[in-house]
Each structure stands twice: as C-alpha cells, then as structure tokens.
Ligand binder design. Structure first.
Ligand code: SF4
Ligand code: SF4
Length: 253
C-alpha cells in the first residue's frame, strides 16, 4: 500500500478504554485519569520487536528472555469513555491532551515502517480514509512525523526509569513475576496491570503525597461509577483497592 489517507472526523469513538501514557502525561493527568501500570510481554516474532525491547525491559523468565513493555495507563474499561471526552464527543482538554492522543492514528511503540495496518479504522470508528482525506503515510513513511517523534522521544526517555522499576518490583514481588510468566506463556498476546503506587513506592523522586491527593478522588469516582456494573468488576476492584492504598497518603499530607 504505497499511500494511506486519514482524517479525524472527531467522532470520539477511539476515546474509550485503556490509554497508554508517558510518565509526564500520567503525572500531569493524575487529577483526571485513574492510573495503573500496564505490563505487556512481547513475543520475539512480533512486528517491531526490537523497538518494543528498546522501549520496554528485557526480563529473564524461566527458560526464556522476554521484552516487556511497561507503560503508565489511564486504566479505563473499553465500555467507558475517557473522562475528558465531552458530551458532544469532543476532547475537552484538546490543547493539553496526552501525546498518545496527539500521535493518533500512529503508534510510536512500533517502527515507522510498521504503521500501515493500524491506519485502518477499527469497527465502529468513523475516521475518514476515503480518497478525499489527506495522505498521511507514503511508502512506509509518515508524512508529518512531528507528534510521532515527540512521543517516541518521551518513551525513550521513560524507558530506563520503567525498566529499573520493573527489575526492582520483580525482585520483591513474586505475584507480579507469576502474572508475567502466565501472560508471556499464554497463546494469545496479553497484558496485565499493577497499581501505579507500585511505581511510586520504588521511586522516591516523586512527591507521593501530592500525587495521592490528586489521584485518590479520581479512583474513588471510578470506583463508584463501576460499583453497580458486574461486567466491570475487575476494574471496580482495582479502583477500590488503589483508592484505599493511596487514600492513606492523601490523608497523611
Ligand atoms: S484526552 Fe481527549 S483525545 Fe485523549 S482520549 Fe481523552 S478525550 Fe480522547
Ligand atoms: S475514531 Fe477516528 S475519527 Fe473518531 S475520534 Fe478517533 S481518530 Fe477521530
């Protein structure tokens, strides 16, 4: 496919579900998004494996080494919208939205040459890819690479910090190691999340109390919002436990 076209019609359909963030975006949006740390082992045969390895951590599991992407995320169920999506389906923080949203539909966790298939809108998304839309990708190169470069640079900057966190957490926490082994050995690709607090606990440079004050009300709000939704019990359990954990620090400050 030598050239692909794309135009965002602002339908808001991609503003649902889990949103990967840079560390800076996660901290900047602690008063908005319920945060978690997502861990995603990547198979060696995967497209852009080398890039995933560079942006993530190489972790020794029994009998194999795996590249694992570790990313702060807005941990939102696929059926719920981002809290910053307005009732008119527009981004209410457009001017300061996270890098991930700016780079859409490109995905800098993959090599520039491997973007083609993600430029095809998912079912239900109303992106315009008709001949009337502007060309954005030609001969496996992004025509305006500005946002992609910015997000890639931020991810490369975060990588050693997240990799060090992963190594320390795995040394201390056998439950996380077991989740990683289970996910890495499953047939289908997958990911799991652990609390954002697990990151703060191992990185004293961040102000835990200031963070807890911003994040606890968001977790509580999502906990209440999902309490009567049995299909979202896993999310509810996470929000509730994370709010309890951070609430203690929020009260301390
Ligand atoms: S921050 Fe804005 S663009 Fe990003 S997911 Fe939320 S509503 Fe959508
Ligand atoms: S799904 Fe496509 S058209 Fe809709 S907001 Fe997202 S990028 Fe824009």
């Amino acid at each position: 496919m030598p050239e692909q076209r794309f135009n965002c019609t602002a339908c808001g359909k991609c503003c649902y579900g889990l949103l990967p963030l840079t560390l800076e975006d996660a901290f900047a949006n602690a008063c908005r998004f319920p945060l978690a740390m997502a861990w995603m082992p990547v198979r060696q045969a995967s497209r852009s494996y080398e890039m995933y390895a560079k942006l993530g951590a190489i972790i020794q599991l029994p009998g194999q080494k795996v590249a694992t992407l570790i990313a702060p995320v807005a941990y939102i169920p696929p059926s719920l919208s981002c809290p910053s999506l307005s009732p008119e389906n527009l981004c209410s923080i457009h001017e300061s939205k996270p890098l991930r949203c700016r780079t859409m539909p490109f995905y800098p966790y993959r090599e520039e040459r491997d973007q083609s298939d993600i430029l095809v809108p998912r079912k239900g998304w109303l992106c315009d890819t008709s001949p009337l839309a502007p060309p954005i990708y030609r001969d496996r190169k992004i025509i305006d690479i500005t946002s992609f470069d910015l997000e890639r640079k931020a991810l490369l900057k975060d990588a050693p910090i997240l990799s060090a966190y992963a190594a320390r957490l795995l040394m201390q926490n056998h439950v996380v190691m077991k989740m990683l082994i289970d996910t890495a050995t499953r047939q289908a690709a997958g990911q799991f999340v652990v609390s954002f607090y697990s990151f703060l606990r191992l990185n004293k440079k961040y102000d835990l109390i200031a963070f807890a004050k911003k994040q606890t009300p968001v977790l509580k709000e999502f906990s209440e919002k999902t309490a009567a939704m049995p299909a979202l019990a896993v999310f509810h359990k996470y929000y509730h436990a994370a709010a309890e954990e951070l609430g203690w620090f929020a009260r301390e400050g």
